[in-house]
Design a protein around this ligand. Structure first.
Ligand code: FES
Length: 407
């Protein structure tokens, strides 16, 4: 630290020096000039000092109480989502504001206490130091330690046991307020959480199409965008989703060559279109579950026949397509955005998030951008009535690069 060593000190000489002497020596050796220094409370037992300490302790107590309150709210407050008309909606709607309020006050209390302590108890000082290069010598290390000791002693925190305890407690509670919510992010990815449905079974590598594993017949459902319909009756008007088919089956001829359609899994028992249409049936909720499945969206692409002839199939997926029709997961293998853009001229699929491009003629292989893995391909076919169906589930997890994936 110091360029110019003013004196060589032996270990014995340094051992003999008091902390104050070592601190003064360190200041000198470091080329530090103390331009101004003033103790905050030069008179012992000053009542104003006690008042200042009480104010700081009040902030620390607020911080601790709010930290405990935060943990209480986080662990015990009813957090399950409630909707209009549900019992407990008010309590649920207070959950997030209370978390924010208690965590905020806990951190703010600690922050105010620290600022107040520095302003009211740490000696006022203006010091100037010249910059030096190189590593520190033994002498510098010893004197720096002495300076830190001096700072600790002059801060008077060492003798303020109650405040020290409160400061530790407030720091702990404020720290917990930050760390505890992360507990909610810890999840066992292999744990099955519910029966297989449109959302999979709760593990990361299942989704709506995984129902095909259990032998369920799944159509490639086209989203009609249909919503509740207005019914006029003698007793007044009302909206109903009965007879509204959000998802409908598709036939190959529903798609032009060189075009793309986003499709979703549609269970045979949830079909309400064509010859199976029943105006009284209400399958709207099931269809919405399929649409809301975060990994369900699939791009059904119909290639031009001339292009399809050039398609290169991936090993093990040679029969996954149906004629010129290829179905790829819409979830980008980079970080999961919808790869919504299909460019018919080049047969490339583009993810708008970070511009990854995938080649529809080469089994969805990434050809540009940060994505490193191919888009999973859904095996498809048509049934005896000519509707497009899934022949099975994806053979690899959908979405961002899982460690289970080999491609
Ligand atoms: S999420 Fe698709 S490129 Fe990043």
């Amino acid at each position: 630290m110091s360029n110019e060593v003013k004196k060589n000190y032996t270990k014995a000489e340094l051992d003999k020096m008091s902390n104050a002497e070592l601190a003064a020596l360190g200041t000198e050796l470091d080329d530090v000039t103390v331009a101004y220094r003033k103790e905050r409370w030069p008179i012992e037992n000053d009542p104003a000092e006690k008042r200042a300490a009480a104010g700081i302790m009040t902030w620390l107590i607020i911080s601790i109480v709010m930290g405990i309150a935060f943990l209480g709210v986080y662990l015990f407050w009813p957090w399950e989502a409630k909707f209009h008309g549900d019992e407990g909606l008010l309590l649920f709607s207070l959950y997030t504001p209370l978390l924010g309020l208690t965590a905020g006050l806990s951190l703010a209390g600690l922050g105010f206490a620290i600022i107040q302590y520095v302003k009211k108890f740490i000696p006022e000082e203006v010091a100037v130091q010249r910059r030096h290069d190189g590593r520190s010598s033994e002498l510098d290390r010893r004197t720096t330690t002495a300076l830190l000791n001096d700072a600790w002693q002059t801060s008077t925190l060492g003798r303020r046991k109650v405040m020290k305890g409160l400061l530790g407690g407030a720091g702990l509670m404020a720290g917990l307020a930050i760390i505890a919510p992360m507990g909610g992010l810890i999840k066992n990815p292999w744990r099955v959480r519910h029966e297989m449905n449109y959302l999979g079974d709760g593990t990361l590598w299942t989704q709506g199409w995984s129902m095909a594993r259990n032998g369920a017949k799944l159509y490639l459902g086209r989203d009609t965008g249909a919503i509740a319909e207005l019914h006029e009756t003698g007793k007044g008007d009302h909206y109903s989703t009965a007879g509204v088919s959000r998802l409908v089956r598709m036939r190959p001829e529903d798609l032009d060559a060189a075009s793309m359609e986003t499709v979703f899994p549609l269970l045979e028992e949830d079909v309400n279109d064509g010859d199976k249409y029943d105006a009284e049936r209400d399958v709207y909720e099931q269809h919405m579950h399929s649409l809301h499945g975060p990994r369900n969206a699939v791009m059904l692409i119909r290639l031009r026949s001339a292009d399809a002839e050039k398609a290169i199939e991936r090993e093990g997926q040679e029969d996954f397509h149906y004629g010129d029709y290829y179905a790829y997961s819409k979830i980008c293998t980079h970080i999961g955005c919808p790869t919504s853009l299909y460019e018919a001229q080049t047969n490339r699929i583009l993810c708008p998030c970070h511009q990854s491009q995938f080649d529809a003629l080469q089994h969805g292989k990434p050809v540009f951008g940060p994505a490193a893995r191919a888009l999973p391909q859904l095996p498809i076919d048509i049934d005896e009535e000519g509707y497009l169906i899934a022949r099975g589930d994806f053979i690899e997890p959908v979405g961002p690069a899982f460690w289970e994936r080999k491609s």
